[in-house]
Ligand binder design. Sequence first.
Ligand code: ACO
Length: 332
Amino acid sequence: MRRTIIKGIGHYIPPRVVTNHDLEKIMNTSDEWIRERTGIVERHWAEPGVGTSDLATEAAIRAIEDAGIDKSEIDFIVAATLSPDHYFPGIGVQVQAKLGLKEIGALDIRNQCSGFIYALSVADQYIRTGTYNKILLVAAELQSANLDFSDEGRDMAVLFGDGAGAVVLEANDSDDGRGVLSCHLFSDGRFVSELWMEKPSSKDNPTFREEFFHQGKFFPRMNGRLVFKNACEKMPQAVMAGLEKLGLTVNDIDYLIPHQANDRISQMVARGLRIPEEKVIRNIHKYGNTTAASIPIALSEAVKEGKIKPGMLIALTAFGSGFTWGSAFIRW
Ligand code: ACO
């Protein structure tokens, strides 16, 4: 059976480190509050002038190098981000141009924190059906340029970091069992306004108004407690749905990589699934929440650190704005 394997993986984190103590100087918060509530110690912010597509391209270069292929072999791009360089077009075409690739298709996925899992499921289908042979999947996020440092926005401002992760996917026709085993996607649009950036909105004519700017409507907002509760419930449910379909159990999972939203959420997810902490990849203390990029960054780091070995079962799970959530299972 044809499956999709990760042929190469890479990530890129912009060099500028912003610690909790740095944030104390620009907003009403404390290192203690942030650490206790989220586990975050520092995050990285891109410099002005750098765009999400630049971070994505850097990660893509690393993934292509890791795959050991020539970039001209890539025949499709899937890009996931909630923070594109421009309102439109998406970053997929910019990555294509920055890599100097020929006129291949580039698809943008808008599923926020679940973006990588949604993007992986799409790319997996293209590869399984033989539509494309080598897909570059990039997930990148640059949130630091639009954070609200006032008391109204401080719950979110302390969470986010910038970064990008990328994988090169290709078909595996052998029967060694390696590859993406399955992806499981869910959404509940009743919760749109519980985690969103309300403006700009096509409902407003004209769309861009100074009053919205003064009302802080262009900043991300969330109902933190509701997001927390749902994330802790839905991620374990998504993992269990996948295990059931695959006829596997929690004990079969070698590593769980949850979306790095908040370390307390990751701990609750592990507890909910009864997975020991040493099997859960967590790096939010260094990078904060990098939204769509958090899973591929964590996976890339774990691979580079030698934790992930051939034959291991890796479970990915994410939850975020929409609400959208899901899981994916990869036999490495
Ligand atoms: N620093 C200091 N105090 C703060 C901060 C801050 N950065 N943010 C909020 N507070 C204050 C609040 O104003 C509140 O003060 P009050 O009691 O005087 O009213 C107090 O801290 C407690 O606030 P809560 O919201 O009740 O704190 P909670 O324990 O719920 O933790 C948190 C907040 C960490 C945001 C939590 O709700 C959470 O993690 N939610 C999920 C977040 C998440 O994963 N979001 C997804 C990210 S978005 C995305 O990925 C697309």
